[in-house]
Design a protein around this ligand. Structure first.
Ligand SMILES: [Zn+2]
Length: 193
């Protein structure tokens, strides 16, 4: 297999999809719908969810509803899942949060992953991949934002910094479209090839 194919297999499928799913909150997609069924809200819980029933905190790990004993740790780490999506071990907020935010896995998993990448001589490719993915993320956010601006440009009045009220016109829309293209072109040019 060529370097590129190895990369495609390793990153494109595993990491990118998982990352996207995690970002979209669809981390339960692969896992079965569960098992944890609370009486109060008739709510169905999925793998990785954390919720309280009475005075106990529960989660679902490997499809099994389990009591969470490290409630304080869970509270300390808003947005940090209790379990590492990769190794399924309990994450330590003070150590793992930063790594989870960046790579959606715990510190140990990231160390193992990077070691493996270096061993395979793919480090430069990997860095490039991460860098370009970040840029793609920025482009995506920018597009969402500017598309909304464009959508509203025809119906909204715009108050300038000087306090003037200026009606958004067709030409404003065109200007926005132009800057959109320019900005995206610029961001694309930052990508490493
Ligand atoms: Zn892990």
């Amino acid at each position: 297999m060529s370097k590129d194919n190895v990369l495609k297999k390793q990153f494109a499928e595993k990491d990118v999809n998982r990352l996207r799913n995690l970002v979209k909150g669809k981390h339960a997609d692969k896992s079965q719908v569960s098992v944890g069924f609370t009486k109060e809200a008739n709510q169905v819980h999925n793998e990785g969810d954390v919720w309280t029933e009475g005075d106990k905190t529960w989660t679902i790990k490997d499809g099994i509803k389990q009591n969470v004993t490290k409630l304080d740790a869970a509270k300390a780490a808003v947005n940090l899942p209790i379990f590492c999506p990769s190794c399924k071990k309990v994450m330590k907020p003070h150590l793992d949060k930063k790594w989870y935010n960046m790579y959606k896995r715990c510190f140990n998993c990231q160390i193992d992953f990077e070691y493996e990448i270096r061993k395979q001589g793919l480090w430069e490719e990997y860095e490039k991949f991460i860098f370009n993915s970040d840029i793609e993320g920025i482009i995506e956010k920018f597009e969402t934002w500017i598309n909304e601006e464009i959508e509203h440009s025809e119906i909204q009045s715009y108050i300038t910094e000087a306090g003037d009220v200026e009606k958004w016109t067709g030409s404003t829309k065109n200007k926005l479209l132009e800057s959109k293209e320019e900005a995206i072109k610029y961001l694309q040019s930052l990508k490493k090839s």
